[in-house]
Design a protein around this ligand. Structure first.
Ligand SMILES: [Zn+2]
Ligand SMILES: [Zn+2]
Length: 264
């Protein structure tokens, strides 16, 4: 069992400064409609959090037969976003079943292609859209000692590696799939909200961003801690200690930064 505890589960943040899109003439018009959702991570944090430009928010869950998130996860993710973002018109979830890609591992380019092919919800009028893809596979960056649970890779795009989550809970009776789906998805939403210092505009000039794990929070008990936490054993302990309140919340530093961007 020793090797088991050495495996770290790092929720890797991927910062993409320039997003290139393959485009042909036929796809030109479609690309224009998607342009608002093809920006770099953090670029829409204020639009997601405040009601200034968009009063409503749609979250599209993309999944295949084996990766549909639990009903509990769906409700908790919806509540999390509703509680943090000022969207008087509501936060709505749209579920889209897609064919299962045959990849066992995915690069972020693979993920972008899948999103491009199957995502149906794009930002329009006063309704901003976010895509969360629950992938039936693993990140290509996984090694014997670390796995990626999810990534926020564009301004409104998240991938959750559902197969990795399902393998992670095997053998740990104290962590449910719903717990990990909510933990991973809300952590990645935190990055879409601009946490921590994604756009180098954090209101705290020091003491908030973890200098060793950039774009994450120094507060160990915070949802935006770099690996909500580092090892299987640590995650297990964390969930055991918390009991029913198993999902970490945002700490005061993260909340203040989020409020400064129009959130609540
Ligand atoms: Zn992260
Ligand atoms: Zn924090």
């Amino acid at each position: 069992m020793t090797h088991f505890f050495k495996i770290s589960a790092v929720i890797i943040l991927t910062v993409v400064s320039v997003v290139s899109c393959k485009s042909t003439d036929d796809e030109g018009a479609a690309m224009d409609l998607k342009a608002e959702n093809r920006k770099s991570l953090g670029a829409s944090s204020e639009d997601i959090l405040s009601a200034d430009n968009y009063s409503k928010l749609r979250i599209e869950f993309l999944f295949s037969e084996t990766t549909k998130p639990t009903i509990e996860s769906k409700l908790l993710i919806q509540d999390f976003v509703y509680d943090r973002a000022n969207k008087p018109g509501g936060v709505h979830i749209i579920e889209t079943l897609i064919p299962a890609p045959t990849n066992e591992t995915f690069s972020l380019d693979d993920i972008r292609e899948i999103e491009d092919e199957y995502r149906t919800q794009y930002t329009e009028e006063d309704d901003i859209a976010v895509s969360v893809y629950f992938a039936n596979g693993h990140s290509e960056n996984d090694t014997e000692t670390s796995v990626t649970l999810g990534s926020a890779y564009q301004n409104t795009s998240i991938v959750v590696y559902s197969d990795t989550l399902q393998e992670f809970i095997n053998g740990t009776g104290d962590v449910s799939l719903a717990d990990l789906e909510v933990l991973t998805t809300t952590h990645e939403f935190g990055h879409l909200f601009g946490l921590v210092n994604i756009s180098d505009d954090d209101i705290h000039t020091e003491g908030h961003e973890d200098t060793e794990h950039s774009k994450h929070c120094v507060v160990e008990d915070c949802l935006m801690y770099y690996a909500s936490s580092a090892t299987r054993a640590a995650i297990k302990t964390r969930f055991e200690n918390r009991g029913v309140e198993s999902i970490p919340e945002l700490d005061a530093l993260c909340l203040a930064d989020l409020v400064a961007k129009g959130g609540k």
